[in-house]
Design a binder for this molecule. Structure first.
Ligand SMILES: [Zn+2]
Length: 356
């Protein structure tokens, strides 16, 4: 049944970027080419994803202009699906581990706040069955999927929507975006996981050049056992992001406070524009240049966790402030004018901000 009402606004929002910035083939830097948007229904509500897609810009590379999407995207949802993998995993677990009927599953999802019609539950169950049916016996499929890229960046996720119940382990290829293998296991020891990884890598005709995961202990050890020497990267990114979170919050607050001090810049700019109309006012040009510099500093974000937006803004405002100080000084040596007063006002504004 088609949806009769529009989907409500997403309650949560996440920006995902590829963890790797170099081309998986030629190793040169890729470009963040464009952004994709998706809205996914998860167990925690509607989630909007803004996804940065990178591409290799070098025409001599076989992966030239092939989109490389954020590794984490596949953990949230399957390609082209509007329901999250966590919802699919829950539906499967309710059906097979707890032997619920479709009607009962529908009631459980509704009780959890997932807006879904009974027919969709059947579809989700089909998706779950398809995932589980991805057999390693079908090596043809695996080889066809991964041949175009010539290598695999393996992602390993364990989805456990229900505490105390089985975990759906999903092994994906980040390059093709496809699920290679999914298996439901009650307990997953290092040995179980290593065997899972080994069976996938054996079935492939191309090498696994990297592994990404959330860095769980058992996963890390299993990767080291099954794929010795293969870099296992994303955990660093996750650790760093988690470790830097308090710092990130403080920096974000600092940026908000800093911005308050330069809030009037657009008004100043408009005044300068009005005065400049019809006359060749060189000082007005300079004033507007400073205003533009302040506005651009405000909108120029850093890339947390390593490049803090607040600190970056402070640095830029300070540079503007110092430049303004020099300009005001040379102006005070020249004849008095209204621009002089304005430059001074702007200098004070920038100065107050830079002191914080
Ligand atoms: Zn390349």
């Amino acid at each position: 049944m088609a949806r009769t009402a529009a989907r409500p606004e997403a309650a949560a929002h996440r920006e995902l970027r590829p963890a790797r910035e170099d081309c998986p083939h030629c190793g040169r830097r890729t470009w963040a080419d464009y952004t994709n948007h998706r809205t996914v229904t998860t167990l925690d509500g509607l989630l909007r994803l803004d996804l940065t897609v990178r591409r290799c810009p070098h025409p001599d590379c076989p992966l030239h202009l092939r989109p490389y999407r954020p590794e984490e995207e596949g953990r949230v949802a399957l390609p082209q699906h509007e329901f999250g993998l966590d919802v699919i995993a829950l539906v499967g677990s309710l059906r097979y581990a707890r032997h619920r009927t479709v009607t009962e599953i529908h009631a459980e999802l509704t009780a959890r706040g997932v807006r879904v019609c009974p027919r969709t539950v059947t579809n989700l169950l089909d998706r779950y069955d398809e995932l589980r049916a991805l057999g390693l016996t079908d090596t043809q499929r695996l080889r066809k999927l991964t041949a175009a890229w010539g290598r695999v960046v393996l992602a390993i996720d364990g989805l456990q929507p229900d505490v105390g119940h089985e975990v759906l382990w999903v092994l994906r290829d980040c390059l093709s975006g496809q699920v290679l293998l999914a298996r439901s296991m009650l307990s997953a020891t290092q040995r179980d996981l290593a065997e899972l990884i080994r069976s996938v890598s054996r079935a492939l005709a191309v090498p696994v050049v990297g592994v990404v995961s959330d860095g769980q202990h058992s996963v890390r050890k299993a990767v080291a056992e099954a794929l010795p020497g293969v870099p296992h990267q994303l955990c660093h990114f996750h650790y760093l992001r988690e470790a830097a979170r308090p710092l990130y919050e403080m920096d974000r607050h600092a940026k908000k406070e800093l911005k308050k001090h330069v809030r009037g810049v657009r008004k100043l700019e408009r005044e300068a524009e009005r005065e400049a109309e019809g006359n060749d006012d060189r000082q007005g040009v300079v004033t507007r240049g400073y205003c533009a510099a302040v506005r651009s500093a405000i909108s120029d974000d850093g890339r947390p966790p390593l490049d803090a937006s607040g600190l970056k803004l402070r640095g830029r405002l300070r540079a503007i402030h110092e430049s303004l100080g020099r300009a005001a000084e040379s102006l005070s040596n020249a004849s008095s004018s209204s621009s002089k007063a304005k430059a001074k006002a702007a200098a004070e504004k920038g100065g107050r901000a830079a002191q914080h």
